[in-house]
Design a protein around this ligand. Sequence first.
Ligand code: 6R9
Length: 646
Amino acid sequence: MIDLSSSPLALGNPRARSMDEYRESYRQSLAEPERFWREQARTLSWFHDPYSILDVDVEEVDFSWFTGGRLNAAFNCVDRHAAVHPGKPALIWAKNEPGEYKTFTFRDLKHHVGRVANVLKAHGVRKGDRVCLYMPMIPETVFAMLACARIGAVHSVVFAGFSAEALRERILDAGCEVLVTANEAPRGPKKVALKAIADAAIEGLSQIRSVLVARRTDASVPMRAGRDFWLDDETAKHRSTCPVEWVASEDPLFVLYTSGSTGKPKGVLHTTAGYLVYASMTHAHAFDARPDDVHFCTADIGWITGHSYVVYGPLVNGVTTVLLEATPNYPDAGRLWEITDALGAATLYTAPTALRALIAAGDEVLERSSRKTLRVLGSAGEPISPEVWTWFHEKVGHGKASVVDTWWQTETGGVMITPLPGVTPCKAGSATLPFYGIDLALLDDEGHVIHGGEVSGNLCVTRPWPGQARTLYGNHRRFRETYFNRFPSLYFTGDGCRRDDDGYYWITGRVDDVLNVSGHRLGTAEVESALSRHDAVAESAVVGFPHPIKGTGIFAYVVLRPDTPVESAEQLIGALKEQVRHMIGPIATPDRIHMVPGLPKTRSGKIMRRILRGIAAGQREGFGDTSTLAEPAIVESIITTVLGEE
Ligand code: 6R9
C-alpha cells in the first residue's frame, strides 16, 4: 500500500557531511550492496515492494534489480508530489524568447500528463509499445515522456537536431508506431521545421500509425488526414485522469540511441525501478538537492543528461526543474546567468563546450548578473580543463559555489564519478571519486587490473549498479559484445582514465572510435558511412582533432573515385558537408575535409587512425611504429596535402 503522507523522498536521506562519512557510506555500499540498495529503494513509492534486490546471470549478462516490485515512474515523479504539495512548481519552461517563462505546478503536470496519456491510449498505444518523440525543448515533451511512463509505454526520444534519415533509422530500429513531434521549433534566431523533417523521415513508412503534432508556433504545416493530429486538439477530447499502469521493476522505461564504434546507432535500454532509484539518488547527492531548490540543467532532452537531470532525477525527488528552450548564447552569452537570476536557481548543470563558448564572449555579460543563488555548479559530457573549471568556480560561482565535474554515460543512467558538493576536496579537471555503490578498475590493454596510484588504463566498472543499461534494444548480443567482452565480466566504458596518488580519477577521453563533439557522442563510422554515400567518394576516414570550442572537431580524409570529375574542390567539400548534415544532422558536419590520394593502411587493410589523428592535430613526424604500413609513402603525401610543404 502506498502511504503518500510518509513517502520518504530521497531528499530526506542522510548526506555525507565529511569525507569520513563519505568513505564510510561508500565502504558500506560495497560491503553490503543489497542492504544499501534496499535502503535507497525505499525512497520510491511502490505499489508492491520488491522481494529481491539483485539477481545477476553473469553468463547471460543479465541484471535484474528489485525483482517482484511494481511501481510507476510517472506516479513517482508527479502524483505523489501533487498529492502533498499540488501548488509547488514542478517545471519552469524558459522559452526561446528572453524573459518569457511558463510555470507548471505538480498539479498542472499531473493533468497534462494524464491527458496526453489518454491521447496515446486512444491512438492504440499499449504497455510495452515504443513511442518515438522527435521533440524540441517544450513542456509537451516532458508531458509525453511521463505519459508514456504512466501507461507503461517505452519512449524513444530522438534529439531534434538529427536529420530525417537518422530519425527514420531510429524509428525502424525501435519499431515505433506512434510519433510525437512539433510543427516548428524556435532555436535561437532560427526556426527548425520539425514536422517537415518528421514527414520526410516516415515517408512511405506504414509502420507509423499516428503522428501527434504539438503546436509550438503559429506555422501551419501539411497534415495528412487519418495519420496526423494536432496534440492540442487531441488532448481537448480527453479528461486528465488516467489510471496508472503498475509495471514490474524491470519493465523498460525508455530507449535512447547513442553512437558506438560501428555505423549503426545503439538503442540503449533502461528499465524502471533501477533507473529511477539511481537517477533519484545521484540527483540528490551530486547536487546536494534541497526541497526548495530550482534545478537548472541546460541539457537537451534528446540526450541522457536531459532524461536523468532535467526530467526524472529532479522530478522523482519533487524538485522544481527548468526546461531551457533557448541556446546558451541567445540572444547573447548572458542568457544562462539571466535565467539563473530570474528563477533563483540553486544548481546549474551544463557542459564544458557551452562554458568555453561563454568564456570566449568575455566577462562583461557575466557581470550583468549576480548568480548569488547558485550553490552547486555541475559539468558533464566531456573533460573540463582546469582553466574552464576555475572560471566556472571563480567567476560564475564567485569562488563559493561547489563545482561538480560528473563523469557518466548514456549507458550508466546516472553519474558515476563525482565530487559531493561541499564535501569532496576538488582538483580542477578531475571528476574525483566514485559514487556510492560504484566499484571502478583500470585495466591495461592485456586485461590486467592496474593497482595503485598514478596509473592509467581502460576504465571499467566491476559490479552491477541499479542505473545501468540492461540491453541494446533488440540486440542483446551486441550489448554483451560491446560492453562485456573486451574485459570479461566487467563493464567497459570505452574511456581511458588516469588515477592519481589520492585515488582521484581523471578521464582522458574515448579509447574507441567514438568522438565527443561539443559533448555529443558521434561514431567515426557513422560519419564515414554518410560520406561514402556520395558518388564521388571511394573511401574515407574520420578522426577527431582538438577544437577550441567543441573540444573535439571532426576531420575527414576523403579518397575520391579515380573517374570523378572534380570541377572545384570547394564545391565538392560543400556537397560532402551537406551530405553528412542530410544523413545524420548538423552536429555531425565535418569541420575540415581533405581530399587525399590514399589512406595509411596496414598490410591487413586496417586504417592506422593514429597517424591520421596526428596529422589532423598538425603533427608531421613521430607516429610511432609504422612498420606494418602497406605503403609508407602515402603518409608523406597526406602530410603534404593537409599541412603543406615544410
Ligand atoms: C553524460 C554523457 C558519454 C561520454 C563518456 C566520456 C564523456 C562524460 C564526462 C566525460 C570527461 C566528464 N564524458 N562526462 N568525459 N569528464 N565529466 O555525456 O553521456 O552522451 O553517453 O557520453 O562522454 O567520454 O564516455 P554520453
